[in-house]
Design a protein around this ligand. Structure first.
Ligand SMILES: [Zn+2]
Length: 336
């Protein structure tokens, strides 16, 4: 006695198509039931044959599954918003989160609660996003303030996170016109061709922020930054602004906050002045809005940019920016 070939072929064809119900099918079950009806001396051989068939079915099914689990192509060099459906990150079982990443998560959390969406920037960008879209005229000396790295093809390792402004405006223009303000931050890496010392690194992180709506004014800018800084330092801070120059904001300011460590009495963190010059900010230049497709006669907005390591150094009394990328375990373990 052996298995009916037609029946076996039909079952194999189903398995080949990936029909996993074949393993629980009446046909397969009836084969097993037949064993009992056979004379004892034939039962062993027939049973073996059915098991072999079953194994073949399982093999075909698993092969079909492998084929259908298409591996989605991911460009590992592309930023998060380009790779649409990345799997969730697995929790780390060893080591700890780097202090910069930990603080960035806190910053993102504070701004998320304030209604800002969080963007990532590029690690390589172009001249348009680095300069042109931000109202840096060609050959303007302001470009020289950003001593950055440029590839032979003319691509740029971005020297600020403002490279994302134009993309944000274009992506959120429709929402803005529907009455929803643009509120976004970018917390990501930037690169500068710096002479390295305790206060300068070639690679660090910036917190960029933009807010665009109708009738936005400098008061809104100051209130937003004070709200964030008070939340980040866990203490109410005051601020003051001094006029400054950036091509992409008009007017532009240098923003100082009251020293959260000495209540303006003077200490080593604030160089005994009671104030800390922290960041650059201003009202977004009409040309920058226009370049992002937004009508500057209808809408206005503010923007700011600050060094994240600087903020972390202040918060934790870290004396040398180079610690962050040093991979020194005794430094990292203090934040684990
Ligand atoms: Zn102080």
């Amino acid at each position: 006695m052996s298995i009916d070939k037609k029946l076996a072929d039909a079952l194999l064809a189903r398995a080949e198509k990936g029909d996993s119900t074949v393993l629980r099918s009446v046909e397969l079950k009836s084969l097993f039931d037949q064993i009992k009806t056979l004379p004892p001396e034939e039962r062993g051989a027939f049973g073996k044959e059915i098991n072999a068939l079953r194994q073949k079915l399982e093999h075909l099914l698993s092969q079909h599954q492998l084929k259908s689990e298409k591996l989605e192509a991911i460009d590992v060099t592309a930023p998060m918003d380009v790779n649409s459906s990345l799997p969730e990150l697995l929790p780390a079982t060893e080591g700890s989160v780097h202090p910069t990443m930990k603080e960035i998560a806190k910053i993102n959390d504070i701004f998320s609660r304030m209604g800002f969406e969080v963007w990532e920037s590029r690690s390589i960008d172009d001249d348009y996003h680095m300069f042109t879209s931000l109202n840096f005229p060609e050959d303007h000396p302001a470009r020289d303030d950003y001593d950055t790295f440029i590839t032979e093809e003319g691509l740029i390792a971005p020297a600020h996170t403002s490279t994302m402004q134009n993309r944000i405006y274009k992506a959120r223009k429709k929402d803005l016109e529907a009455g929803k303000p643009i509120a976004a931050i970018v917390t990501d890496r930037v690169f500068r061709n710096e002479d390295l010392d305790a206060r300068h690194e070639h690679t660090f992180h910036q917190l960029e922020g933009v807010y665009v709506s109708k009738d936005v004014n400098v008061g809104n800018l100051i209130a937003t930054l004070e709200e964030f800084l008070s939340s980040y330092f866990g203490k109410k801070v005051e601020s003051r602004v001094n006029p400054f120059y950036f091509p992409f904001t008009e007017p532009s300011f240098e923003f100082s906050l009251s020293c959260p460590f000495c209540d303006k009495k003077g200490c080593s963190v604030c160089s005994q002045t009671g104030w800390i010059e922290l960041l650059g900010c201003g009202m977004i230049h009409p040309n920058v809005l226009k370049e992002g497709g937004i009508d500057p006669d209808v809408y206005s907005g503010f923007a700011w940019g600050l060094g994240i390591e600087r903020l972390i150094m202040m918060k934790y009394g870290i004396e040398d920016v180079r610690h962050f990328q040093s991979a020194k375990l005794d430094f990292l373990r203090q934040f684990a």
